[in-house]
Design a protein around this ligand. Structure first.
Ligand code: NAD
Length: 361
């Protein structure tokens, strides 16, 4: 069966829901945006208008195209407005009972062939889907913020997702201009699985007094070809959100446990102090720190590949497009070779009391 998606429903009109709405309306989809809070819907409409005005001012779209995109969006506070949607993406608070209740309500109002997706960052799809009548039409669509701009979406196969639903979800995301990173239902999915440990490792280095935030950021920019280092990025994401995302990986073993400094900053959502113009570190220390940052990316990637969570191609594409890593995990693996990787990661994992990864082939 081939399912074509032309009418999108979104539950939750906050940061992510509003961004997904803008992206879909700009791509020619009819959108019904739902929230329990009418003021939030008004704010989402203002966000859409401002976005469209900016596109017109920059000559990216005509006034008529902007008006057409605006007219494609309807808002609602009652679930019955979603009855005729081909796909509904849930983007409410990150709370399992709430998400389960939303999907139970959705199953009562939508058509039998409507695809259901969750934008969860940290919950397992298997938990969200546990009580669904038809988990075959349920998948994960993990957008990155800002969803109207970031080109990447992880498409996550749930415990029972049917192939035709996954294909339709993939086609929808591609039509809305997104690059799809296919992955399995694992903590951190394909991309946060290695990006969070990399930020966490930067904090371990700081906690150990080996370098300042600014020095570590400079090493990361230089070594990994990034525009921003890990502390600058954590300040943009918010240290509380970052801590939450890192903690979500804690079940995967000791290496993934949050660093003390991140717990301290994340608990109060305090940003990192980053000095300008850091003094250069001696080359040997800088090299050791750079190697640790690389290892913190490589260890999870090697585990992901062994588990089959995502392919190296998908991981590399996501690394380049979502995080703008100049040196991708695939580049590192190629440069080190299987033996080099085993040697490096064996010692690195052991230092955290974490099992050494299986050899890379
Ligand atoms: N913010 C990010 O960077 C980001 C990135 C990727 C994924 N996510 C995930 O996306 C989801 C939403 O995150 P967000 O940052 O947009 O949250 P948010 O707090 O900005 O928005 C959540 C919205 O859900 C609405 N809501 C809550 N209960 C509802 C109900 N019963 N019915 C209808 N609407 C309801 C709220 O009114 C609110 O507008 C979460 O699962 C989060 O983990 C967030």
């Amino acid at each position: 069966m081939s399912i074509e998606i032309n009418r999108l429903g979104i539950v939750g009109a906050g940061t992510m829901g509003a961004g997904i709405m803008i992206n879909a309306a700009m791509s020619g989809m009819d959108v019904v945006l739902l929230d329990r809070d009418a003021d939030t819907l008004d704010r989402a409409r203002v966000k859409l208008s401002r976005y469209l005005d900016r596109q017109v001012a920059k000559d990216r779209i005509t006034k008529d195209a902007a008006a057409a995109a605006g007219a494609r969006v309807a808002t609602a506070t009652d679930m019955s407005a979603l009855a005729d949607c081909d796909l509904v993406i849930e983007a409410v608070f990150e709370n399992l009972p709430l998400k389960k209740a939303i999907f139970a309500d959705l199953e009562r109002v939508v058509r039998a062939d409507t695809i259901l997706a969750s934008n969860t960052s940290c919950l397992r799809l298997s938990d969200i889907a546990a009580d669904l009548t038809d988990a075959g039409r349920f998948c994960g669509m993990h957008y990155f913020s800002p969803a109207e701009i970031n080109p990447v979406v992880e498409l996550i196969q749930g415990p029972a997702t049917r192939d035709d639903c996954l294909r339709a979800a993939d086609a929808f995301l591609t039509r809305t201009g997104k690059t799809v990173i296919a992955c399995k239902d694992q903590n951190g999915f394909a991309l946060n699985r290695f990006f969070c440990p990399y930020t966490n490792e930067a904090v371990h280095v700081l906690d150990q007094g080996l370098a300042t935030t600014a020095q570590i950021d400079a090493i990361a920019r230089d070594r990994l070809g990034l525009a921003l280092g890990p502390f600058a990025v954590m300040n943009i994401i918010g240290t509380a959100t970052n801590l939450n995302a890192v903690r979500n990986l804690g079940a995967l073993g000791p290496f993934y446990e949050a660093a003390a400094g991140l717990i301290a900053h994340g608990t109060d959502n305090t940003p990192w102090q980053i000095d300008e113009d850091p003094a250069p570190l001696d080359p040997q220390t800088a090299d050791q720190i750079g190697e640790r940052l690389e290892n913190a990316i490589l260890l999870p990637v090697v585990e992901e590949l062994a588990e089959g969570t995502a392919t190296l191609d998908a991981i590399d594409t996501g690394a380049r497009m979502a995080f703008r890593l100049g040196l991708t995990p695939g580049d590192m693996l190629k440069r080190l070779g299987p033996e080099g990787v085993s040697k490096r990661l064996g010692d690195f994992a052991t230092a955290y009391g974490h099992p050494a990864p299986a050899p890379v082939v």
